[in-house]
Design a protein around this ligand. Structure first.
Ligand SMILES: [Zn+2]
Length: 262
């Protein structure tokens, strides 16, 4: 039996692996895009690393944020079980219908109070190139949402699988600057989809997003643990160093808490 991770009162982040991050904020515990399976072959996708912690360690989560329920690298089998056991799932409308249970589907700019004065707002995300082929429901690749978490005056951006800097600009315009940004930036590519063009931000674009959002603390995720990522930690360090903002990049290893003072 694993010990539950101690809960932080001030904002803290723990990267589990892939897109999965535990965010303690205002005494609440949120988990984003839960993935807790071991390495394995998912057909189109190959998982190469298991999670840094056991899901039982954070099973006290108050809410789970799911950017999209369509892809195994954002919601694997044990991650789905984890989400469905949580008191609240916040996601996009299509994924809420697919997940059922406690899932609450939010359209872009729609928000929900999740307790203790914390508000989670859905923000736009596009899961591929702007001119990419649309699915049956009219989304590039599939319906995806990002999130903005607000706790008092503190703001956290969680990108979800997004390629669009235009969306990041709109989010900056709407909310102002951010204290923390969690950015999916593996430059994911899948052969045969959009001619191999990226399905998520590259390291370069992640550093540009960090500058746009003026975020003094950036957690870059979803760039290791699966075979379909092109950019990894080396590319990220280069990109942030090239932009002159290496100081904002969170270097905490997976499974370790980090908390950046505002
Ligand atoms: Zn995806």
């Amino acid at each position: 039996m694993r010990v539950v991770q101690p809960r932080h009162q001030s904002t803290a982040f723990l990267v589990v692996g892939g897109p999965t991050v535990v965010i303690d904020v205002a005494g609440l515990r949120l988990v984003t895009d839960p993935t807790f399976d071991g390495p394995g072959d998912y057909g189109a996708l190959l998982k190469t690393e298991g999670p840094a912690i056991d899901p039982a360690e954070v099973a006290d989560a108050d809410a789970v944020l799911v950017s999209h329920a369509d892809h195994a690298d954002n919601l694997d089998a044990s991650g789905r079980d984890f989400a469905l056991a949580a008191p609240l799932i916040v996601t996009n409308p299509g994924s809420a219908r697919a997940l059922g249970g406690a899932a609450r589907g939010l359209s872009p700019w729609e928000g929900v109070d999740v307790g203790r004065g914390v508000r989670v707002t859905a923000v736009p995300a596009t899961h591929g190139p702007a001119d990419g082929e649309l699915d049956a429901r009219g989304w590039v690749n599939c319906e995806v949402t990002g999130f903005v978490i607000e706790a008092g005056r503190e703001r956290i951006y969680v990108s979800g699988d997004n390629t669009s800097m235009a969306h990041v600009g709109r989010i900056r315009d709407r909310f102002g600057s951010f204290d923390h940004a969690v950015v999916h930036a593996g430059r994911a590519t899948v052969p045969g989809k959009f001619s191999g063009r990226p399905l998520s931000l590259s390291s370069e674009r992640a550093s540009a997003a960090a500058q746009l959002l003026e975020a003094p603390h950036v957690v870059v995720v979803h760039q290791t643990g699966w075979a379909h990522f092109v950019d990894g930690p080396g590319a990220t360090i280069r990109a942030f160093r090239d932009a002159g903002i290496l100081n904002v990049l969170d270097m905490a290893p997976h499974g370790r808490w980090s908390s950046a003072a505002r």
